[in-house]
Design a protein around this ligand. Structure first.
Ligand SMILES: Cc1cc2nc3c(=O)[nH]c(=O)nc-3n(C[C@H](O)[C@H](O)[C@H](O)COP(=O)(O)OP(=O)(O)OC[C@H]3O[C@@H](n4cnc5c(N)ncnc54)[C@H](O)[C@@H]3O)c2cc1C
Length: 313
């Protein structure tokens, strides 16, 4: 089938790779490409954060974990590595539903929990270095025979092909008149210091993380709902550093080398479903909030199975 994939973030590129592998023809149509997408800003650790619906997201996350783990082993040039991290909580909560889907999970001893926290767990997780991963994904699309077209789409009728896969993220506010999609602003800091283990407090109201990549450690974060501001704010940097120091007291502020901002495409639930628009089949795949990388391969698999008609179906 001739498929047009709208959007060149992690969702669009991953769908394109899977569609090509299933024998479809693919053109990616997007107004912006890496390194100018939200996906390029992702920190990025596999961790189901700010996403729903729970059951489907659980399955998408599980599939993605397995694929990222495989990439870390077989394709290190993809920029995926595996690290242990520790999540700290201010109250005792139920263990996450995904704990049995990952290769290592254990509850922390009291002596391993920093002051101010009462509970926590250690988990093994893929770290995805987006500056390497996005070009690697694009390379997979190119070597699979996919093509790219730069174009801002105002209306689905402007797009060629038998079928459209819609991965425009926050762009769905305009393209689909979907006001459910809102920005959740995230600011991060880069530091040339390795914390060894990743340290996390992933509650939306206190969101704090230290994500160790090979070039820098990404410190975060903020989750400001409805905030469209793309400028780096000093007060947010100060807040992030204070929160990080509470879970990683060894942080050396003199090793800070930069930072950036991105707008997560948040929706109360990811929209992954088929709709017919003007006689064309459109499969929506947007609204992944803070977990677009975490859910990417599982969502792409579901898109391909909805498309059907490939060599595997
Ligand atoms: C600071 C920060 C940290 C994050 N950390 C993590 C993390 O650790 N783990 C994780 O899983 N996720 C993380 N995320 C979330 C993740 O970045 C997003 O969920 C993900 O990038 C969404 O990908 P996407 O491809 O759906 O959207 P995008 O990357 O936004 O891509 C959308 C694409 O659609 C194109 N487009 C939009 N409208 C149109 C139009 N009308 N016509 C043509 N093209 C259009 C855009 O140009 C772009 O190419 C983080 C986000 C931020 C901001």
């Amino acid at each position: 089938m001739r498929c047009s994939v709208l959007g060149a973030g992690v969702s669009g590129l991953t769908c394109a790779v899977k569609l090509l592998e299933s024998g479809h023809e693919v053109e990616i149509v997007s107004d912006k490409f890496s390194p100018e997408t939200v996906s390029d800003v992702a920190a990025a650790v596999w961790y189901p954060f700010l996403t729903a619906p729970a059951e489907r997201a659980g399955e998408w996350g599980k599939v993605t974990y397995q694929e990222l783990e495989r990439l870390a082993m077989d394709s290190p040039e993809s920029g995926v590595t595996i690290r242990d991290g520790r999540e700290y909580l201010r109250e005792v909560v139920e263990l996450p539903s995904w704990k049995d889907d990952i290769s290592h999970f254990r509850v922390l001893e009291a002596s391993e929990i920093p002051d101010g926290f009462v509970f926590g767990w250690e988990f093994r997780s893929p770290i995805i270095e987006m500056p390497k991963y996005m070009p690697w994904l694009r390379g997979k699309v190119e070597s699979g025979g996919g093509s790219f077209r730069q174009m801002f789409v105002n209306d689905m009728s402007e797009v060629e092909g038998e079928l459209i896969v819609n991965c425009v993220g926050l762009g769905a506010r305009e393209l689909c008149n979907d006001e459910e999609v809102r920005p959740v602003r995230g600011q991060v800091i880069f530091v040339k210091q390795d914390p060894g283990l990743g340290h996390y407090d992933q509650q939306p109201e206190s969101l704090t993380y230290t994500i160790p990549r090979s070039d820098v450690t990404v410190l975060g974060g903020t989750a400001q709902v409805g905030d469209w501001g793309l400028e780096i704010r000093d007060e947010d940097n100060e807040l992030i550093l204070r929160k990080v120091e509470a879970i990683w007291p060894d942080l050396d502020r003199s090793k800070i080398v930069g930072g950036t901002v991105g707008l997560r495409p948040f929706r109360s639930e990811v929209r992954l479903e088929e709709e017919e628009i003007g006689g064309i089949r459109v499969i929506h795949n947007y609204g992944h909030g803070g977990a677009g990388v975490t859910l990417s391969w599982g969502c792409a698999d579901e898109v391909v199975s909805i498309v059907g008609g490939g060599k595997e179906s």
